[in-house]
Write a protein that binds this ligand. Structure first.
Ligand code: SF4
Ligand code: SF4
Length: 429
């Protein structure tokens, strides 16, 4: 695609990066067929190609974002399905991230929207605040019908009971069982540890059982994805980089940063790009990104122990967009589940997002619900009795409308190799 940025514009490193991305696009439109919003809405401006044109026009002319641009960029899930499909290697993720920052700087949203985004950016990354908000949501549920639409969505997605905090999430070291083969830092994250603390517990059991020493680093927390994708600034990534670099200097160092929430994994793997122009953090951030691994990638490298539990259940494996498109991790989780003895079914239209997409299901509830219902219809076609996924956002989103239990992949791997039965299927045959 031809671009017309001035020299002065290209002096800005973000604009220079976006210009390179725009030039790679040959407007072939292959990406439209796999874009969930285009599939649902059929509007070219809700396709990757349409959004690329809107973003190009906005950045090239250095215009403040318009209502039209904001509408169509906001509707983008950042599912990155378009990046998997694109034959020209267009890095849509970096382009839309830049567009979102430009929107936040130049566009004043209506106040309810502003308030909601501020609230989400403030609460979700802070486990204590998020837990309090969920407890409030449990009490507020009877009044849901009189609340504004977006708050209603929040209440509907809140669990019926808020789990207690897990001691596993505190900074500490979990020694490997048997001979130590690796030392890794586990990202215990923010929203996941509040909604489903048993996922980190299962991850720690699984890793230590396989000879891995697991460190929960002091000072590490939210990866920064939730605020980053809303175009907001925050120092979450900086704190994580500092915490993990400090761990690297300790005896044994770090062989990997392990992430069990794939939405966070995509962001941590992108720290190198995010800080590429930071004179202090560029090098450590790149180092962190290089050793970041989804837990399924690491377990694949290590090799799963033979199952000790007679499994064999038919499972629908939902491949989170952040894992299949953001990190190109497709085969490892399925292979691990098969090695653990499960009968793994592919979900039809598996490339389409379930509508979770970070805060998307809270900010765009209509589209998110349509995508969720479509996903659940496709899951039903597999004949599975439970659903596995590697991302808490997808787990919460699918579970909010699905009769089948929805569990994290690591809970099943942990169970099969000697851990407890996942809570969601306790008491079921
Ligand atoms: S598939 Fe790639 S090159 Fe083709 S229009 Fe989409 S982004 Fe551009
Ligand atoms: S990230 Fe997903 S929703 Fe956004 S343009 Fe690409 S395919 Fe469409």
């Amino acid at each position: 695609m031809q671009t017309n940025f001035t020299e002065a514009q290209l002096a800005d490193p973000d604009t220079a990066a976006s210009e390179k991305i725009l030039r790679a696009c040959v407007h072939c439109g292959f990406c439209t067929a796999t874009c969930p919003t285009y599939v649902l809405l059929g509007d070219e401006l809700d396709s990757p190609r349409g959004r690329i044109y809107l973003i190009k026009d906005m950045l090239e002319n250095n215009r403040p974002a318009t209502e039209k641009v904001v509408k169509h960029v906001d509707r983008c899930l950042s599912c990155l399905s378009c990046m998997t499909t694109c034959p020209s290697g267009v890095n849509y993720m970096h382009l839309v991230d830049h567009a979102r920052q430009h929107i936040e700087k130049t566009y004043r949203r209506p106040w309810p929207d502003r308030a909601m985004r501020r609230l989400l950016g403030l609460v979700l990354p802070r486990p204590m605040l998020f837990r309090l908000a969920l407890q409030g949501a449990v009490l507020g549920r009877p009044f849901a019908s009189v609340l504004p639409k977006q708050l209603r969505t929040l209440l509907n997605l809140a669990p019926a009971r808020v789990p207690k905090p897990s001691p596993a999430d505190r900074a500490q070291v979990f020694p490997a069982q048997g001979e130590r083969t690796r030392r890794v830092a586990l990202l215990t994250g923010c929203a996941q540890r509040v909604l489903a603390p048993h996922i980190n517990e299962a991850s720690i059991r699984l890793l230590t059982r396989h000879g891995v020493e697991v460190v929960v680093a002091e000072g590490a927390g939210c990866c920064g994805a939730l605020t980053h994708h809303m175009g907001q600034e925050g120092d979450y990534a900086r704190r994580n980089i500092a915490a993990w670099i400090d761990e690297m200097t300790k005896p044994g160092g770090l062989d990997a940063i392990v992430i069990n929430t794939s939405g966070c994994g995509t962001t941590v793997k992108d720290y190198g790009f995010m800080f590429r122009n930071d004179p202090i953090l560029a090098e450590p951030a790149a180092k962190i990104s290089t050793i970041a691994r989804d837990i399924s990638e690491l377990m694949s490298e290590i090799g799963l122990h033979p199952p000790v539990e007679p499994t064999g259940q038919r499972i629908a494996y939902h491949s989170a967009c952040s894992l299949q498109h953001g990190q190109q991790v497709r085969t490892q989780p399925k292979q691990l589940l098969q090695q653990a003895g499960f009968d793994v079914a592919d979900i039809p239209e598996g490339h389409l997002c379930c509508g979770s997409a970070g805060t998307y299901n809270l900010l765009q509830p209509e589209i998110a619900t349509r995508l969720r219902d479509r996903k659940i219809e496709n899951i039903a076609k597999t004949g599975a009795i439970l659903v596995a996924a590697g991302n808490i956002g997808c787990i919460t989103q699918i579970a909010s409308g699905c009769d089948l239990p929805v569990v994290h992949t690591v809970e099943l791997l942990d169970w099969a190799t000697g851990g407890p039965k996942p809570r969601a299927i306790e008491g079921r045959t």
